[in-house]
Ligand binder design. Structure first.
Ligand SMILES: Nc1ncnc2c1ncn2[C@@H]1O[C@H](COP(=O)(O)OP(=O)(O)OP(=O)(O)O)[C@@H](O)[C@H]1O
Ligand SMILES: [Mg+2]
Length: 407
């Protein structure tokens, strides 16, 4: 039954990642669709502007043939066809600029050479984008000669439209990322509240019966009629164990106090406590590279982490094997505590999931031991805990990395 809880954990996680994929595919399709559709509109508009300019050029041609000597752009604009959006430059047959329209030039304020520079620039841009349309006239003999060229470029609207989907999608993407981060943050904050609340409540609830038990132990100790000392010792041990559990829950339910601690001593102390509680067929070795390895830790919580790692190691070895604990300096700023076993190991996909709440492969597991360890190390100690390496049927090493204490 309990193992199905673990499966549920895996399924929950995979359905979450499937949802992520669906959202991703959906957004990519929307983006592609919107860019494609806008491009289609841009092409249509381009076609229409081209037709408009061709018509404009034809009208010019007609006007020139009919009305020699007048301001032909003016006539064309005002009488025959109006062009208020497409930038155009009319040049003569040798490329000298005769007139222009819809180019961002304020002839009243701009000096002449600045106007010329801008016009030259606009002209070369136009030539690079579209072929100039020749405007022909009939000379006196009736033969067609080139009068000049109409150069043109995309209207402001058209160039804006081409960029539009990219701007729109970037804005949506930025909004989406911010929303995702905010959502993630509020989810983490909510989880935090649940953890802290539950831990505090547990510590609080345990407090009363433990005080009462302690009083009973004292009562029995003082009672001259009760002379079975061994029972008192065992009871006392259990009460202390319960006190330790309460202390752990109360530490996790508040901001735990970190003290500069010698890690070697702390690991040894924890293992001395654990030794009689795990199978005698498991050998425990502690190796340390340096006597003075210190870090800021909360002892009850750190012991809890080590206990969880060792219990998992014992389970993985099915009660027979060796646990090696290596304590070393990663760098000046880091302390590593590696816990290795020679148990059944983890496949790649399992190794990626061991810290997911509820992931377990055990009949009676809750899949919370490593989740708790991760929380203690990462949230309260600003360290890291991860599977350093694992090989199926050979063993696993978990690494805890903590910020080193300063000497
Ligand atoms: N040293 C290890 N070797 C092999 N597998 C491991 C090891 N440590 C953890 N695992 C795998 O990771 C799973 C999750 O471990 P975790 O401690 O979070 O939960 P659990 O031990 O199953 O249950 P509990 O909540 O009682 O600790 C385990 O069920 C096991 O499959
Ligand atoms: Mg466990």
């Amino acid at each position: 039954m309990a193992s199905s809880a673990g499966n549920k954990g895996i399924r929950l996680d995979s359905s979450k990642s499937r949802l992520k994929w669906i959202v991703l595919i959906f957004s990519v399709s929307i983006s592609i669709g919107s860019i494609y559709y806008t491009n289609l509109l841009v092409q249509k508009l381009k076609e229409r502007e081209k037709q408009q300019i061709e018509l404009f050029a034809k009208t010019l041609e007609y006007t020139i043939n009919e009305e020699t000597g007048s301001n032909i752009y003016f006539i064309t604009d005002k009488i025959l066809i109006e062009n208020k959006s497409i930038p155009t430059i009319l040049t003569n047959d040798s490329g000298v600029i005769i007139d222009y329209r819809n180019i961002d030039i304020d002839s009243a304020t701009m000096p002449l050479n600045a106007i010329n520079r801008r016009l030259e620039q606009a002209l070369s841009d136009m030539r690079a984008t579209y072929d100039p349309i020749p405007v022909t006239v009939k000379d006196l003999t009736g033969e067609e000669i080139i009068y000049g060229y109409v150069n043109y470029n995309n209207s402001f609207l058209l160039s804006q439209l081409a960029y539009y989907p990219y701007i729109q999608l970037s804005v949506i993407a930025i909004f989406g990322i911010i929303a995702y981060i905010a959502f993630d943050y509020s989810k983490a904050a909510e989880q935090n509240r649940v953890w802290v609340g539950l831990a505090k409540e547990t510590a609080h609830q345990l407090g009363t019966p433990i005080s009462s038990l302690m009083a009973w132990v004292e009562f029995l100790r003082e009672d001259p009629d009760f002379n079975n000392k061994q029972i008192i010792e065992e009871l006392d041990k259990d009460v202390h164990r319960l006190q330790l559990i309460t202390e752990r829950f109360s530490s996790i339910g508040s901001i735990p106090v970190l003290n500069m601690t010698n890690i070697n001593d702390l690991v040894r102390k924890t293992m001395t406590y654990l030794r009689p509680r795990i199978s005698s067929k498991v050998e425990v070795n502690i190796h340390t590279l340096g006597d003075n390895i210190t870090a800021n830790v909360n002892a009850p919580l750190f012991e809890w982490v080590l206990e969880n790692l060792c219990k998992n190691a014992v389970d993985a070895m099915e009660g027979v094997g060796t646990i090696n604990i290596n304590i070393l300096h990663g760098s000046d700023r880091q302390v590593f505590i590696d816990v290795s076993d020679n148990g059944k190991g983890l496949s790649k996909s399992k190794a990626n999931q061991v810290f997911v709440p509820g992931f377990t492969t055990k009949k009676r597991g809750w899949g919370l031991g490593l989740t708790l360890a991760k929380r203690i190390i990462e949230t309260y100690h600003k360290g890291k805990i991860f599977v350093k390496n694992s090989e199926e049927n050979a063993g696993t090493t978990f690494r805890i990395s903590l910020p080193a204490g300063r000497h």
